[in-house]
Design a protein around this ligand. Structure first.
Ligand SMILES: Nc1nc2c(c(=O)[nH]1)N[C@@H](CN(C=O)c1ccc(C(=O)N[C@@H](CCC(=O)O)C(=O)O)cc1)CN2
Ligand code: GAR
Length: 222
């Protein structure tokens, strides 16, 4: 059996953690959840992960900041934890902090993020939906609110590789979600999160397959 790729999940509250976990429990999964790290106090996802005996850490940026540390110091501490757990792919979901280039350099082309909007593969400000309509690309921490406020009929979710620029990295998978009349932030978020839970495990497998291919080609798998 192919040795699975160890993944580390960087989360906030952990709304996508169950999908990540269930994905790794599928027979065809190429991933093994090696650790969970949250930046938030009292993260329900982190509390759940501890009940599953998954190595879980709460690492608080304000504690580093108040100790006079830089964000890069914070990120490199997290990178050390991930490497200690043997992580080769970092999956971020709800990680509410920009990752520094120092962190990105520790995991080149091996960090993916799930985002609650349709992202383009670059810095473009707009994207065409399947129906050919051009809509703005909603990046950042408030994408669902922006889509609702913009009055677009379609939004969606994306899993992409993380680069230094915010939400601009190469796209792995995207899925459209219709915005319905009367939608509230909660009703829209529910549907977008369901779509995220569908594509995130698939995207993790795609990223893991690429890692295993790279290792095969370099002879690293023996
Ligand atoms: N280098 C990258 N880091 C991150 C990316 C990325 O594409 N490249 N994606 C984000 C996820 N994210 C939205 O998708 C996001 C998270 C956080 C922020 C942000 O501005 N954070 C501020 C703190 C804001 C606050 O305290 O409320 C910060 O980092 O100081 C923007 C977008 C994850 N990281
Ligand atoms: N800009 C990134 C972003 O908005 N990510 C969003 O955070 C959610 C998980 O948060 P949680 O871990 O706090 O539940 C994800 O479902 C994703 O839509």
């Amino acid at each position: 059996m192919t040795k699975r790729v160890k993944i580390g999940a960087l989360i906030g509250n952990g709304g996508r953690l169950n999908a990540i976990w269930e994905g790794t429990r599928q027979a065809d999964s190429l991933a093994e959840l090696a650790t969970v790290i949250t930046f938030k106090k009292n993260s329900p996802g982190a509390q759940w992960a501890r009940t599953q005996n998954i190595p879980t850490y709460t690492v608080r940026w304000p504690e580093f900041r108040d100790a006079g540390k830089q964000r890069a110091d914070y990120d490199l501490y997290i990178a050390e934890l991930l490497k200690y757990c043997g992580v080769e792919l970092v999956a971020i979901a709800g990680w509410g902090l920009m990752l520094t280039k120092e962190f990105l350099n520790e995991f080149p082309n091996r960090i993916i993020n799930v985002h609650p909007a349709l992202l383009s593969d670059s810095l473009e400000a707009s994207i065409r939906t399947h129906s050919g309509v051009s809509i703005p690309v909603f990046r950042g921490n408030h994408a669902l609110e922006l889509a609702l406020a913009a009055g677009v009929e379609t939004t969606g979710c994306t899993v992409h590789y993380v680069t230094e620029e915010m939400d601009c990295g190469p796209v792995i998978l995207r899925r459209e979600v219709a915005i319905r009349g009367g939608d509230t932030l909660e009703t829209l978020a529910d549907r977008v999160h369901q779509a995220e839970d569908a594509i995130l495990p698939q995207a993790i497998n795609i990223a893991c397959a690429r890692i295993l291919d790279d290792k095969n080609q370099s002879g690293a798998l023996g």
